[in-house]
Design a protein around this ligand. Structure first.
Ligand SMILES: CC(=O)N[C@H]1[C@@H](OP(=O)(O)OP(=O)(O)OC[C@H]2O[C@@H](n3ccc(=O)[nH]c3=O)[C@H](O)[C@@H]2O)O[C@H](CO)[C@@H](O)[C@@H]1O
Ligand SMILES: C=C(OP(=O)(O)O)C(=O)O
Length: 470
């Protein structure tokens, strides 16, 4: 049996980038984190082993999910660097350790898995990126609509009991990705019963999970009005499923190419999954050419400013918003980036400002999906960014800072690399294969050395670090 290597996430690690190298070459994106987390849970719905391929096993969130599944009765065999087989028949639910659950958002999907197996589950603390208020009221609502007993207060979220034996119809005020997945997991467990969800999320990663469930035997249909209908099968069989390529990773590479005026061929994910983002970026001057296995991207000239507003799929993806902001930071003109889904998703902007970006985050005068005051980043493009000592505030905010550093003059240090490890496998290796001068530095703590106390990162109190190599 193959054994996965440990995910290297030392709290004091940082990424060092000497900016200015034009990115060129060819790269394949791995399977998507946000398709893998649901697929790991969906695979456990069969009492027969199910094999997943194209799994980004080196992601911290994927490991957290695997560890949590294993701790609650799932048997997992690693078959290779991106393949594993799960046998979920031993899933027993119970109380999830806050030590694990507070570190990733999609621990919420284990409530759906428990609903499927009709075992009680108790969740104290949910993690994920800090992007403002991230509610789970729709999750609580759907389990209640299905007939489970739900206890949901500030301290814990628990379900127990079983579902009703009749058609269930439920409706979301917003097409929540995570809540749609939990709906699917609970619905496929109701043998012969129909479940209907109005205003479902139908993004590529949900469709990938639906494809997996359909191949296992579930009857699932949807329409253009976002109405999802599920009939639970008598049995879900074990299958093999390849995880969808990561569209956000692909967009990150496109942004890196754009900001370094490079040229690259990206494979492993269809350009159609980025249709909206590419339409905006092509209007800004980016050249994108879909291919049979991905897309070519090139940026010969400076981009021009373009406004965007985040929306549920197929609208402009909130996870790609920080990458748009960094592209606009170097574009000609002023653009407005409106975040309508997660009010605090501009936490990375001060990091870009440290690198010379001109960004003002202002109140937008609208209410965000999460009920908070929505914000707009007003980005005045500059010709150049400069190196600084910055932090990855969250997965995609961290990616935006990496892209900025690739384009900036001088050497940038990026701390809090753990955030990047949650969503990007081997980012430094992937970027260096395109010619980036990037290095992950494994820092060691040494309080005795006063020289180390003066390294750039220490000015912001991030860590005591050994001097940068090179
Ligand atoms: C692991 C994963 O796949 N995460 C993605 C998923 O997160 P996640 O599944 O958490 O996102 P949701 O689609 O559920 O949440 C989006 C919005 O809906 C609100 N909401 C959500 C649930 C709920 O019960 N009540 C409620 O009001 C949230 O506060 C937020 O404003 O979609 C987000 C929005 O596309 C992405 O940024 C994340 O990358
Ligand atoms: C916000 C994200 O992830 P999570 O929901 O796991 O925090 C993300 O993938 O950008």
């Amino acid at each position: 049996m193959w054994t996965p290597r440990p995910v290297a996430s030392n709290a004091t690690d940082f990424i060092s980038i000497e900016g200015g190298a034009r990115l060129t070459g060819q790269v394949r994106v791995p399977g998507a984190k946000n398709a893998t987390l649901p697929a790991l849970v969906a695979a456990c719905l069969s009492r027969e082993p199910t094999t997943l391929t194209n799994v980004p096993l080196d992601l911290a969130d994927v490991r957290l999910m695997i560890t949590t599944l294993g701790a609650h009765g799932v048997r997992i065999a690693f078959d290779g660097p991106s393949t594993l087989t799960l046998d979920g028949s031993g899933w027993h639910g119970g109380a999830f350790s806050p030590e694990l659950s507070t570190r990733f958002r999609h621990v919420l999907l284990l409530m759906g898995l428990s609903a499927f197996y009709r075992v009680p589950a108790d969740l104290t603390g949910v993690g994920g990126c800090s992007l403002g208020s991230r509610k789970h009221d729709l999750h609580a609502q759907l389990f209640s609509d299905f007939g489970y007993f739900v206890f949901d207060n500030e301290r814990s979220f628990s379900i127990c009991g079983g579902p009703k034996a009749e058609t269930v119809t439920t409706s979301f005020h917003y097409p929540s990705f995570g809540a749609t997945l939990n709906f699917l997991f609970a619905a496929v467990g109701r043998v012969g019963q129909q479940s209907i969800l109005h205003n479902a999320a139908l993004n590529p990663e949900v469709i990938d999970t639906i494809t997996l469930l359909q191949s296992m035997g579930a009857e699932i249909a949807w329409d253009a009005n976002r109405t999802l209908s599920v009939t639970g099968p008598r049995k879900l069989q074990g299958v093999s499923h390849q995880i969808l390529g990561d569209r956000v990773f692909a967009a990150t590479l496109a942004a890196a190419v754009a900001c370094t005026r490079g040229e690259a061929l990206v494979t492993g994910v269809g350009a159609e999954y980025l249709a909206n983002e590419f339409e905006v970026w092509q209007a800004a001057g980016l050249r994108v050419q879909p291919t049979a296995t991905g897309f070519g991207v090139a940026c010969p000239d400076r981009l021009t400013a373009r406004d965007v507003s985040t929306r549920p799929y197929p609208g402009f993806h909130t996870d790609i918003q920080p990458l748009h902001t960094v592209m606009m930071s170097l574009a000609q003109g002023t653009s407005r980036v409106t975040e309508t889904i997660l009010d605090d998703r501009f936490r990375y902007c001060p990091e870009l400002v440290r690198m010379g970006a001109r960004i003002d985050v202002v109140d937008g005068g609208f209410t965000c999906v999460n009920g908070q005051e929505g914000k707009i980043a007003v980005v005045e493009g500059v010709e150049r960014l400069h190196a600084s000592d910055v932090q990855a505030t969250d997965i995609r905010g961290g990616a935006a800072v990496v892209v900025a550093a690739l384009a900036a003059e001088g050497r940038t240090s990026i701390g809090n690399v753990y955030q990047l490890d949650r969503g990007y496998a081997d980012l430094a290796t992937v970027l260096s294969s395109l010619g980036a001068r990037i290095q992950r530095v494994n820092a060691t703590y040494s309080p005795a050395s006063s020289a180390e106390q003066n390294t750039p990162l220490n000015k912001r109190g991030a860590a005591c670090l050994t001097p940068l190599p090179g």
